[in-house]
Design a protein around this ligand. Structure first.
Ligand SMILES: *[C@@H]1O[C@H](CO)[C@@H](O)[C@H](O)[C@H]1NC(C)=O
Ligand SMILES: *[C@@H]1O[C@H](CO)[C@@H](O)[C@H](O)[C@H]1NC(C)=O
Ligand SMILES: *[C@@H]1O[C@H](CO)[C@@H](O)[C@H](O)[C@H]1NC(C)=O
Ligand SMILES: *[C@@H]1O[C@H](CO)[C@@H](O)[C@H](O)[C@H]1NC(C)=O
Ligand SMILES: *[C@@H]1O[C@H](CO)[C@@H](O)[C@H](O)[C@H]1NC(C)=O
Ligand SMILES: *[C@@H]1O[C@H](CO)[C@@H](O)[C@H](O)[C@H]1NC(C)=O
Ligand SMILES: *[C@@H]1O[C@H](CO)[C@@H](O)[C@H](O)[C@H]1NC(C)=O
Ligand SMILES: [Cu+2]
Length: 587
């Protein structure tokens, strides 16, 4: 067996963006994504950059650094025809594709050029476990201080797990203004396919900047979520008759190419802030092959449900005539118990053209019906990991967390996890304090730190008393999803030998009398401080957030780079001279 790092000396590969225009994801004429990246197009000596005999093992050491340089700034853009202020990465909406092979090092230098007013920012690499680099997780107040306006920071981490994901700001609801994009890690595949169509981002969308969207939530129930549009790869023409001055009626649909008889891999992700998405393709079926970063035993369905933050890879066989065209659709589930979203336009569409289709015409295919399914993900019985892992039968510790939406002492209606509603302290990242041996915060229960010490495994039962769903996301791990339902958990586990694993799962709606529940388990094997929160931006803004602190004894022994302290000094300096208007929990 070759050791890959002896084959390749460390090599730095820089990505640059030469295309012009607002959109980063032009899909129709872009080539199919590679099965893996090569060095300057040179074939690799052993075929693939990974050891194909162990697709479930730990990442190979490729010695390759994939390097990106991002200028982040505000600008005006009209992706759906409506002109508004966005946060752009190198002038683009959504942010550019980050791609790497399994085991590569990803290095992203971020220049915060948001001014007038300036804002701190940070970037979270959703689903990457950041083993041995917890300070690169990109969560202000937890793993770092915000990157101050005018400052730069370089994220460096290993692509430890492969598959489909995204990155996004973790400061307040900043990412819904555009600070997000796709991240794909090429790795072994347990199914064969011909064409990698690439990322398909489903994004619910507002025309007001996030600051207004969040500050308004204190004046209306969080069950009532006003969305204006729904986008696929940043596009879906808005109905422009309301406001002709700022609305461009020539806005376009995203377009994709299918080839007759071929198997297409689509990497679908919910990169929105609020809504439960239902993904379908007219006249085609979807074979699910991965949920989040976890390959699963394939099964075929008509509709895929994605809560905010979730990803599902599907294979689609193009079995129509070569001149066909059909709609790809993402529908916001506006059901009362499923977010109770009010949208002006909840149906996103993108055009799929077969190779001989007439591209001057929009498709005329009809939508498939779907069931709301109580806003749940597909049944746990159906979603079985391809590479089995059995959770410990008796976890070393079990915690129950009750999620409620109620008034605090001064009358604001916010979210509580048991007794506390999280509020970030940007100046004191909990991980960096733990490194300095400071792990008790009796003065500040709002940090919601659960110190799991040296336990081997943790089981967490979340009970939801709120009449809407919560897509719960744990950083640093894939959790097992042992069970879900309504009422009291009876202790039974679905597929106990090999339960569903992923990093985000939808906890269904409950009531004050009968809560819904979900049972998660994970190994306490990643020293660090790991956020566990609802991914709906308003819910986390209103405090639905806890921290899982793992092995503080080992955090102390890590080598935290000096740039982390420097980022805090830069932030202290900037925030000393500028007002930091923290209108919400901060995350
Ligand atoms: C969008 O609005 C800004 C600010 O009002 C303006 O400067 C810009 O020209 C507008 N862009 C378009 C395409 O209308
Ligand atoms: C959904 O929102 C409407 C409008 O605010 C409200 O009247 C209704 O009670 C909400 N439904 C639930 C289940 O809270
Ligand atoms: C409307 O969009 C089209 C196509 O993107 C563009 O060429 C045109 O300049 C836009 N017009 C305005 C007023 O923004
Ligand atoms: C949360 O509250 C429930 C109900 O009172 C209690 O059983 C549980 O132990 C609490 N969890 C924590 C982590 O304190
Ligand atoms: C209640 O929540 C509001 C909104 O987050 C906050 O401003 C206020 O300080 C909270 N009151 C107390 C007593 O914590
Ligand atoms: C821990 O850090 C907090 C925040 O900086 C500080 O207030 C507290 O005094 C520290 N505790 C110890 C024991 O150093
Ligand atoms: C295990 O976790 C519980 C809950 O946080 C904690 O109280 C306990 O001290 C931990 N046990 C060990 C051995 O670290
Ligand atoms: Cu939620």
């Amino acid at each position: 067996m070759h050791r890959l790092d002896t084959i390749f000396p460390s090599i730095l590969i820089c990505f640059s963006y030469l295309a012009t225009g607002l959109f980063s994801l032009e899909t129709l004429d872009s080539p199919s994504l590679a099965k893996f990246l090569t060095r300057d197009g040179t074939p690799l000596p052993s075929g693939t950059p990974w050891d194909s005999s162990d697709p479930a093992g730990s990442a190979p050491r490729t010695g390759v650094i994939r390097s990106y340089d991002w200028v982040i700034s505000r600008g005006y853009g009209d992706p759906d025809g409506f002109n508004r202020s966005l946060i752009l990465i190198n002038g683009r909406y959504p942010g550019p594709l980050v791609e790497a092979n399994w085991g590569d090092t990803i290095q992203v230098t971020v220049h915060n050029q948001i001014y007038h007013p300036g804002e701190g920012l940070s970037i979270h690499w959703h689903g990457q476990p950041q083993t041995k680099s917890p300070w690169m997780d990109g969560v202000p107040s937890v793993s770092q201080c915000p990157i101050a306006s005018g400052s730069s920071f370089t994220y460096t981490f290993t692509a430890e797990v492969y598959g489909t994901s995204w990155y996004h700001s973790h400061v307040s609801a900043q990412y819904i203004d555009g600070l997000y994009g796709p991240m794909i890690i090429y790795g072994p595949s347990h199914v064969s396919y011909d064409i990698d169509v690439g990322p398909i981002l489903l994004t619910d969308y507002t025309h007001v900047p996030y600051y207004e969207f969040i500050s308004d939530t204190y004046d209306r129930p969080a069950i009532f979520l006003p969305i204006e549009n729904n986008l696929i790869n940043g596009r879906n023409p808005f109905q422009c008759n309301q406001n002709l001055e700022t609305c461009n009626t020539t806005a376009a649909y995203s377009r994709f190419r299918f080839y007759k008889g071929k198997k297409h891999r689509l990497r679908v992700m919910n990169t929105g802030g609020t809504a439960n998405q239902k993904f379908t393709i007219d006249d085609h079926r979807l074979t699910v092959i991965a949920n989040d970063y976890v390959p699963i035993i394939p099964y075929t369905t008509d509709v895929v449900t994605l809560g905010v933050g979730q990803r599902t890879d599907v294979i689609v066989i193009a079995d129509m005539d070569s001149d066909s065209s059909v709609w790809m659709r993402a529908d916001i589930d506006t059901g009362e118990l499923c977010g109770n979203t009010t949208t002006i336009l909840s149906h996103a569409r993108a055009a799929i053209y077969y190779e001989d289709a007439n591209m001057d015409k929009l498709p005329s295919s009809s939508a498939k019906a779907w069931d709301s399914n109580n806003c749940a993900n597909d049944p746990l019985e159906q979603t079985v990991p391809f590479y089995p892992q059995t959770p410990p039968l008796t976890p070393e510790t079990t915690q129950v967390y009750d999620l409620r939406y109620e008034a605090n002492e001064t009358g604001s209606i916010i979210f509580f996890v048991n007794e506390t509603s999280f509020r970030a302290d940007y100046n004191n990242p909990i991980l960096l304090l733990a490194y300095l041996d400071n792990t008790s915060y009796p003065y500040d229960p709002e940090w919601n730190v659960n110190n799991f010490g040296v336990n081997k495994s943790i089981r967490a039962i979340f009970r939801n008393y709120f009449p809407g769903p919560h897509p719960l996301h744990l950083h640093g791990h894939n959790f097992w999803v042992l069970a879900e339902g309504v009422g009291d958990w009876d202790g039974s586990i679905v597929n106990p030998e090999n339960p569903q694993r992923r990093d985000t799962h939808i906890l269904g709606p409950g009531t004050e009398q009968i809560p819904s529940f979900v049972v998660f388990e994970w190994l306490n094997d990643n020293p660090g401080v790991w956020p566990f929160h609802c991914h709906i931006v308003i819910h986390v803004s209103l405090g639905l957030y806890i921290n899982s602190m793992e092995h503080p004894d080992l955090i102390k022994q890590q080598q935290i780079p000096a740039i982390m302290a420097q980022t805090c000094r830069d932030w202290a300096k900037w925030s000393g001279q500028n007002v930091v208007d923290q209108i919400d929990s901060g995350l």
